[in-house]
Every structure is written in structure tokens, then in C-alpha cells.
Design a protein around this ligand. Structure first.
Ligand code: ADP
Ligand code: MG
Length: 693
């Protein structure tokens, strides 16, 4: 095993670490007093830099802060700013995160540290959930996507005195767009302060990005305004040594390998919690199940394990469990997506198991297909993951890949998401903000011209942009107002014209949650049978309407959900999202109307948004192979669809997931003539494209 020290210097005050571990964190107010939280705050690495941070923010337009995960950037810096008076006179301090779950978790932690109720002085906003109070909330945590949306009403974000763009190293697409726009805002609002914080050193390129041109600098310095050169501050972390262990041979099944490794750690290693990095809900649920089964069958020596999943979309109560301390004598195992890589810090982790993979977005502008793919992580990510083991004392990291692979094949750093995403939403948002020259926009990393052109073409065919590439009125502007994928928004707008908006809004709400079904090993048969009770010949979208109806008629009962293998938590979320969408629809002047049972109209509305995702069954395919009309990509119906094995001739899909094959999730049968009715220009264009090739 090689030894790597991912986190700064070695601090060998093990006792301090242990005290920290057993110190208060979650719901500590009951067991520990306020003082103990105060002590914890003082112990965080950033607290030594409090004065420096405040000085830099005071004197510089932009401050870049780099510090190891867990050093206190997210939870402390906003509090320092508030204490220093940046939130007086009706001004707010914003702190953005790429991930929703992180927004909720840090906001509730900060509220707890400040001894206030979440939603009062400290609040958060994520899509479809606003836990803030006007005139009361001064510290606001939000996703970078939500802050982008706020710019549509308040382009200069005037209510904020300081905006902290956190987790900038993740380079999420919204972070990059936000950084580009904030740079523009700064020119108009020299009093605005930006803090860019990140876990890894990429400070130089960020700093170059925010450095203003010389002329501007001279003008500003004459006015005695803040320094326009960005300041960079590096917060020294308090990490312990982490011993790295590699797999001796390539691992075939990383879920199984992660499970066996965890059991080995439990058997052989002294106390300390385990953090396992897998990729998404599916493999995490599978691993949780496998571990739980193991614990039950092998009995005694495994009984000290508490296995917990961590991914976005997890119910609130389960999220909180992850942060709570395992009872004495028990070992906590958290199986997580890469959300625990830098966004969230879990105390007490001593062992890390790294699968070497994460789910990443990939977009191919040629086929116009965007996919969430399980793909290898970068070496930078692998180091971050290992670092999680050294928070409280020296730890160990088990990499489920070989050292040779790590050294010679793993990519050094990830590619910014903006360079591997579909640009459709991004283009609409910039257009809605009045930024017309999108190719000339000042990006921290430029998206590809192909992706841009594809986006313009799709938006044009959806009737969202006109010939001059301006938002159409009203459709384009309405689409921009709906915080959903433009294709979904277009479907909603079409449904208002067709008279089936009640139904389509329900469908859109269901599509916005991960899955309304309960699935899992061991209950597959039962859940499939339950699904059949609701299955509609038209496909998944109409099936969702049946489920929603049943749920509604049952009086929104959790027993009903349980009996039908429907996820109650997801259905509550559907109700919430639905209400919000109705509110938005009313605001932008859409007509709310039910088509009763005319599913033909529902189908038309779906096609109006998703015609670009049309596929036909290959005539001689025995295994249900479809080809996309656009790009002729091979795709298959996902086993979770009610149309799996039914294989109708023509379908459109909502999204693709790729594992061994490309699978269509949420599929609807269509009549191909409908495609020409709804999008004649699009399919004509495709034909001429085909001729060209
Ligand atoms: P950074 O942003 O630099 O990664 P944070 O400010 O998120 O660091 O975390 C600082 C400390 O606060 C960590 O030691 C972590 O354990 C603690 N902490 C943060 N969020 C929570 C939470 N939701 N529950 C319990 N402890 C938390
Ligand atoms: Mg953080």
C-alpha cells in the first residue's frame, strides 16, 4: 500500500480529533449546550483566518478562498460576514451550492450553530422549496441555479451585499454561468463582494477570470473603490495521514467489491465509521441491501453495523440520520454519491471505500443525446475522496482500482460540466437575461460551438427562439419562466392551448421526482405486478396519471402507497411540485383545464415538447432495439417502463440512461404522423440533414 497525504500537515493531537468526533453536532442542542457548538466553531481551520477573510472581503471586489473540505468555509464564512455587518440595512448574504441536498444540510447546520430557527434569519431556497422569510432572512443558502433564476427578476441581484459561490471547483454548469454573469454584474455594482470558494487549488485560473482589464482597473482605483485584483487566500487544513490501499487486480463488480471491502474493514479494523463512494441511487440501494442481508445472515460479528444511504432525493429524516453519531459500539457505514466528496462533511469517518466512479453528465452534440453515465472519476476527485478518511485521525482509503490504473489511466482533472452538457437551458436563461451574443459571452470555460448550435436549432424548432435567435413572445418568455427543462416547459405551454394542462402538470410533477415506484431486490415481482394495475397502453406518462388519480382518491394515504408499491415520499413531493407549477402557470397566463379522459390530447402535448426524442422499433430486432429518428442511435426501453417488452412501433422517450446499453426512461407510444403535424420544420430539416450526410 502506498501512502499519500491528501490534506496538508499531519496533526497528531489524536485526542483533539476524538473529542471532535464525540463532540456535539447533530441535534446537539438537546444533549449539549450552545457553548460546545461555539467551541467546535473555534476549532475549525477557517476560524484562524476570520480577520484576514473579513479584511480581504472589505478591500477586494473578489476574494478566492481555497480550503480543504471540512475546514469550515461554507458554515463559517457567511456567519463571519453577518457578524461583521454585511447583512444590515435590508441586505442579504448569499451562499450558493451546486447541490440541493447540500443547501438544505448546511443551512440547517448554520441555523443550529446560530441558535435560530431554520427559515428565519437563516434560510434556504432550492427549486420548488423556499424556506426563507422576507425581511427576516439575512443568510440565504441556495443552489446556483436558483440564484440564476433570481436574476430574471432582479438582474443586478441588488438585495445581496456579498455572494459566496461555493464549491467552485466542481465547475457545475450553473456555477460557470453564474460566474460569467457575476463578473458582468460586478462592473455595474462595484460595491458587490464576491467570494469564490473551493476545495482544490484552481485559484489561479479563477483569479485570471475575475481580473478586470487594465483600463477599468485604473478608473476604479481612482475612485478608491475596492481593489479589483482578486485576492487569494488559502486556508490550511487539519488533515491526518491517509493510508491508500489499491485493488490488486481490476474489480469486476464494484458494488459487490465495495460490500466485501466494507465487511472486511468491519471485521479487521478498529472502531471508526466507513464512507463508501458509489454512483447513484440504484447501486447505493443495492449495496445497502447487500450489506443489510449480510448483517442479518452472518449474525453476530456484523451486527455492529449501521448502514445508511446518502444521495439527493433522500427523505429529510434519512438525510439527518447520516449526520448523527452512531451509538457506542456501533460502526456507521454511509454509502454515498459524490455528494460526500466535498459538499458535505461527515464527522467520524476513518475508512473510505472508493469505487473510482461517479455519475456524470455527457452530451453528444452530433446525436443530440445527453446522458448520465457512470464514468471514471479524476485523480483530483480520488484524492478528495481519500481525504475524507483523515478528518478525525489517521485513516485508510481502499481504492477499488489498481495503482497502475490510478497512475496511468485515470484522468488528472474533470472536464467542466458546461463542456459536456446540452446547452438548451443555458441558452434560454441567458437570452431571458438579455444576453444575445451567447457565443461571445465571457465564460470561465467555453462550451463547444457544436453544442451551442444544436441548442439554437432545438430551441428554434420548439418555437422558443425566432429567426433572429430572440425569445419568442409569448412562448419563449413563458418557457424561460418555468424552472424546468425547456422541453417540459414547452409541453406545459402546449397543454394549455390543447386544454389538458391539469393532466400535463401532474405528469411534469411526476417526471421531476426521481421515481414514484418502490423497487429493490427481493420485491421486484410484487412491485412489477402492482405497476400493472396502473399500466396504460399509451405508456408511462398516462400510467402516472392513473397512479396520481388512485393516490388522490385514497385521500393521499400512505397505506395506499405501501400497498401499491408507490413511494409515498415521492408522491408528497409530486403534490408540492404540482401546486407550485400551477401557481407559475397561472402567473404566466396559462389556462388550467382538464381534458377529462381524452388521452389523445395529453399525447399531443407531450409530443409538442419531446418530438425530438422520437424513436422507431427496428423491424428485424428481436431484442426490442429502437433507433432515434434523429441521429439513428440504438436505444432500448428501460425495464422500469410499462412498455418494456410491449415494444410498440413508434415511441418518444423522456430521458435516456446508459448502463450496458442506452435505455429510454418514461416512454409514450405515438402516431408518427403527429410528429410532422407538431414539428414539420424539425423533421424536414432532419431529412435534408440525412441527405447531406
Ligand atoms: P467546508 O465548507 O470547508 O467543507 P463546512 O463548513 O461544511 O466545511 O464544515 C465545517 C464543519 O461543520 C465540519 O467539521 C462538519 O463536521 C460540520 N458540519 C457541517 N455541516 C454539518 C451538519 N449538517 N451536521 C453536523 N455537522 C456539520
Ligand atoms: Mg463546503
Amino acid at each position: 500500500p502506498g501512502t499519500e497525504r491528501p490534506q496538508g500537515r499531519v496533526v497528531d493531537d489524536e485526542e483533539g480529533g476524538l473529542l471532535f468526533l464525540f463532540g456535539s453536532h447533530h441535534s446537539s442542542s438537546a444533549r449539549h449546550g450552545y457553548a460546545s457548538i461555539e467551541k467546535q466553531r473555534q476549532r475549525l481551520p477557517v476560524s484562524k483566518y476570520r480577520t484576514a477573510i473579513l479584511y480581504l472581503v472589505e478591500t477586494h471586489a473578489t476574494t478566492i478562498i481555497v480550503g480543504e473540505t471540512g475546514s469550515g468555509k461554507t458554515t463559517q464564512i457567511p456567519q463571519y460576514l453577518k457578524e461583521a455587518g454585511w447583512a444590515t440595512g435590508g441586505r442579504l448574504i448569499a451562499c450558493t451550492q451546486p447541490r440541493r441536498l447540500a443547501v438544505q444540510a448546511v443551512a440547517s447546520r448554520v441555523a443550529e450553530e446560530m441558535g435560530v430557527k431554520l427559515g428565519e434569519e437563516v434560510g434556504y431556497t432550492i427549486r420548488f422549496e423556499d424556506v426563507t422569510k422576507p425581511d427576516v432572512t439575512v443568510l440565504k443558502f441556495l443552489t446556483d441555479g436558483v440564484l440564476l433564476r433570481e436574476m430574471m427578476d432582479d438582474p443586478l441581484l441588488t438585495k445581496y451585499s456579498v455572494i459566496m459561490v461555493d464549491e467552485a471547483h466542481e465547475r457545475s454548469i450553473s456555477t460557470d454561468i453564474l460566474l460569467g454573469l457575476l463578473k458582468k454584474i460586478q462592473r455595474r455594482r462595484p460595491e458587490l463582494r464576491l467570494i469564490i470558494s473551493s476545495a482544490t487549488i484552481e485559484a489561479k485560473s479563477m483569479s485570471d477570470f475575475f481580473r478586470m482589464r487594465k483600463k477599468r482597473r485604473e478608473i476604479e482605483n481612482k475612485d478608491h473603490g475596492p481593489q479589483v485584483e482578486p485576492a487569494i487566500l488559502s486556508v490550511e487544513g487539519r488533515g491526518f495521514n491517509v493510508q491508500i490501499n489499491y485493488a490488486e487486480e481490476p474489480v469486476q463488480d464494484y458494488v459487490q467489491a465495495a460490500v466485501s471491502t466494507t465487511l472486511l474493514i468491519h471485521e479487521r479494523e478498529p472502531a471508526g465509521d466507513v464512507l463508501v463512494f458509489l454512483t447513484g441511487q440504484d447501486d447505493i440501494d443495492a449495496a445497502v441491501q447487500l450489506l443489510t442481508d449480510q448483517v442479518q445472515t452472518t449474525g453476530k460479528h456484523s451486527s455492529g453495523l449501521i448502514v445508511l444511504p446518502l444521495y439527493s432525493g433522500l427523505p429529510r429524516a434519512d438525510q439527518e440520520l447520516v449526520f448523527s453519531q452512531a451509538p457506542r459500539g456501533k460502526r456507521k457505514v454511509v454509502i454515498s454519491t459524490n455528494i460526500a466528496e466535498t459538499s458535505l462533511t461527515l464527522e467520524g469517518i476513518v475508512y473510505v471505500v472508493d469505487s473510482g466512479f461517479s455519475k456524470q453528465r455527457f452530451y453528444n452534440p452530433i446525436s443530440d443525446i445527453e446522458n448520465l453515465v457512470v464514468a471514471p472519476i479524476s485523480r483530483a476527485s480520488a484524492r478528495q475522496r481519500a481525504g475524507r478518511a483523515g478528518r478525525v485521525r489517521p485513516g485508510k482509503c481502499y481504492r477499488l482500482y489498481t495503482e497502475e490504473y490510478f497512475l496511468n489511466h485515470m484522468p488528472n482533472a474533470g472536464i467542466p460540466e458546461i463542456q459536456r452538457s446540452n446547452m438548451v437551458s443555458c441558452v434560454i436563461q441567458l437570452k431571458a437575461l438579455g444576453i444575445d451574443n451567447i457565443l461571445g459571452f465571457d465564460w470561465p470555460a467555453s462550451p463547444s460551438a457544436e453544442a451551442m448550435i444544436r441548442a439554437l436549432e432545438v430551441l428554434y424548432s420548439l418555437g422558443i427562439l425566432d429567426d433572429d435567435a430572440k425569445l419568442t413572445s409569448p412562448t419563449g418568455f413563458q418557457v424561460a419562466e418555468i424552472p424546468l427543462d425547456p422541453m417540459v416547459s414547452k409541453m406545459i405551454i402546449a397543454s394549455s392551448q390543447l386544454g389538458c394542462s391539469e393532466e400535463i402538470i401532474t405528469i411534469a410533477a411526476v417526471l421531476s421526482v426521481q421515481s414514484i415506484w418502490i423497487s429493490g431486490r427481493g420485491i421486484q415481482k410484487e412491485s412489477d405486478e402492482a405497476k400493472l394495475r396502473f399500466a396504460a397502453a399509451e405508456g408511462d406518462h398516462v400510467t402516472f396519471l392513473n397512479v396520481y388519480k388512485g393516490f388522490h382518491q385514497s385521500g393521499k394515504s400512505s397505506q395506499w402507497c405501501h400497498k401499491n408499491y408507490v413511494n409515498y415520499h415521492a408522491m408528497r413531493k409530486v403534490l408540492e411540485v404540482r401546486e407550485q407549477l400551477k401557481r407559475i402557470a397561472k402567473r404566466i397566463g396559462l389556462v388550467l383545464k382538464s381534458c377529462e379522459s381524452d388521452m389523445q390530447l395529453v399525447r399531443k402535448a407531450v409530443i409538442a415538447g419531446f418530438f425530438a426524442n422520437a424513436c422507431h422499433l427496428e423491424a428485424y430486432s428481436h431484442d426490442g432495439m429502437y433507433k432515434t429518428l434523429r441521429g439513428s442511435q440504438e436505444v432500448y426501453i428501460h425495464p422500469s417502463s410499462v412498455l418494456f417488452r410491449v415494444n410498440p412501433k413508434w415511441v418518444i422517450y423522456h430521458s435516456l440512461v446508459s448502463t450496458d446499453r442506452q435505455y429510454m426512461r418514461n416512454v409514450l407510444t405515438i402516431d408518427p404522423s403527429c410528429l410532422l403535424d407538431v414539428a414539420p420544420h424539425f423533421y424536414k430539416l432532419q431529412q435534408s440533414n440525412h441527405l447531406l450526410f
